[in-house]
Ligand binder design. Structure first.
Ligand code: G
Ligand code: MN
Length: 376
């Protein structure tokens, strides 16, 4: 049983279609014009629409175009005697019209056109699903390969004291040697598609433990956590086990990205991480990912101000004010401020002047392979 919307300015045509289609067990919604038809489609699912081309209030092409916006899944048939070929071709190419039905038509032709249109729509959908599934499968295999063949690694970028410019820590950043999942963004996207956040963080923790060993014992590291990880406090603790002996040297960066929905789960995770002795940083603050509310939830030891706020801060009075405000907040809560993405001397000096404790960015050091030997 299909729900079929028929639209024609001729009541006789509507009656005829209703009879033919109801006989086949379909539910028919008859509309004498486009306005009424679209009104119905707004709150009812439509499987198939058969719309007359020439109607006084609104022609069939615009009705079908609007219908596609409202009900993209519907099969849309344009019935017509004479067509404006160019206009109809455009609409067909846009996907507004699935099939054209020449008028006058017999009941058989009407029924055939509907079933053919449905069949071709179904085939299209199957092809699409098959293509995305095989793509997904390929992506999943590529990700497995990253883990199996240990194709992921960490590079480290220095975080320096704003006054002395001496490194006090390194942020570990993900890199990939996989030929397809070539960068951290590709890896992260695959991880999210396949729900492998846990596997990734176990790998990152392992790699980060290796980075720690190569650095002098006074040097801290910053490690990015995947936001989805915070939903599962106990799993999180066991994956970070390998870093636990050195927890006092490790700051975990949390970027909230979009939403804190499960505030309770979050707070449990935060408590678990703090309980294990890790320091926490709110990452990308001011970058549009974090709401200021995360500061209240996390009470981080470090606040990393996003590079969008740092960029050209030396010539932007508003950025200076906002930066200063964040630094004042940090002082009150005894958090340390890291200014991220510093590229120029002007940005470095301005951030320092307005209260940054630590600086990070290309000016002070690019992300690089950690050298095997401790620096001293
Ligand atoms: O979100 P998070 O702060 O973890 O992102 C760090 C990213 O920023 C890394 O990919 C790193 O390569 C990049 N990055 C680090 N320093 C700079 C910088 O000075 N300028 C720019 N444009 N990118 C930077
Ligand atoms: Mn980060």
């Amino acid at each position: 049983m299909l729900r079929i919307l028929t639209v024609d300015d001729d009541p006789q045509v509507l009656r005829l279609m209703k009879r033919v289609l109801s006989q086949k067990g379909h539910e028919v919604i008859s509309a004498e014009g486009g306005v009424f038809a679209l009104d119905r489609a707004r709150d009812t699912h439509i499987d198939v629409a058969v719309v007359d081309y020439e109607m006084p209030d609104q022609d069939g092409v615009s009705v079908l175009s609007a219908l596609r916006q409202l009900r993209p899944e519907s099969v849309r048939i344009l019935a017509s005697g004479a067509l404006n070929v160019e206009r109809v071709t455009d609409a067909v190419n846009r996907g507004d019209i699935t099939r054209v039905l020449a008028k006058p038509y017999s009941p058989e032709i009407l029924l055939n056109t509907i079933s053919e249109a449905l069949a071709s729509r179904k085939k299209q959908a199957e092809t699409y699903i098959a293509a995305t599934q095989s793509e997904l499968k390929g992506e999943g295999e590529a990700l497995d390969q990253c883990f199996r063949d240990r194709l992921l690694r960490l590079v480290a970028q220095p975080i320096v004291d704003a006054r002395t410019r001496e490194p006090v820590a390194y942020e570990c950043l993900l890199r990939s040697k996989h030929p397809v999942l070539r960068g951290p963004l590709e890896v992260l996207r695959a991880v999210e598609h396949h729900g492998r956040e846990g596997r990734l963080s176990a790998e990152v923790a392992q790699l980060a433990a290796g980075v720690l060993q190569k650095l002098p014992p006074t040097m801290r590291i910053f490690v990015n956590l995947h936001p989805n990880e915070l939903a599962d406090p106990s799993g999180l603790a066991s994956r970070l086990e390998v870093l636990r002996p050195n927890a006092a040297r490790v700051t975990l960066e949390i970027t909230e990205r979009s939403k804190v929905e499960d505030v309770e789960g979050w707070e449990r995770s935060i408590a678990v991480l703090k309980g294990l002795g890790f320091a926490l940083a709110v990452d990308d603050l001011g970058g549009g990912y974090n709401s200021l509310a995360v500061l209240a939830h996390i009470k981080p030891q470090f606040i990393k101000v996003d590079m969008s706020l740092v960029r050209d801060i030396d010539s932007d009075r508003n950025k200076q004010r906002l930066f200063e405000l964040l630094c004042q907040f940090s002082k009150v809560t005894e958090a340390t401020v890291v200014a991220e993405g510093i590229e120029t001397e002007g940005e470095a000096q301005t951030c320092r002047r307005y209260g940054a404790d630590l600086l990070q960015g290309y000016l002070l050091g690019r992300p690089a392979e950690v050298p095997e030997e401790p620096a001293h």
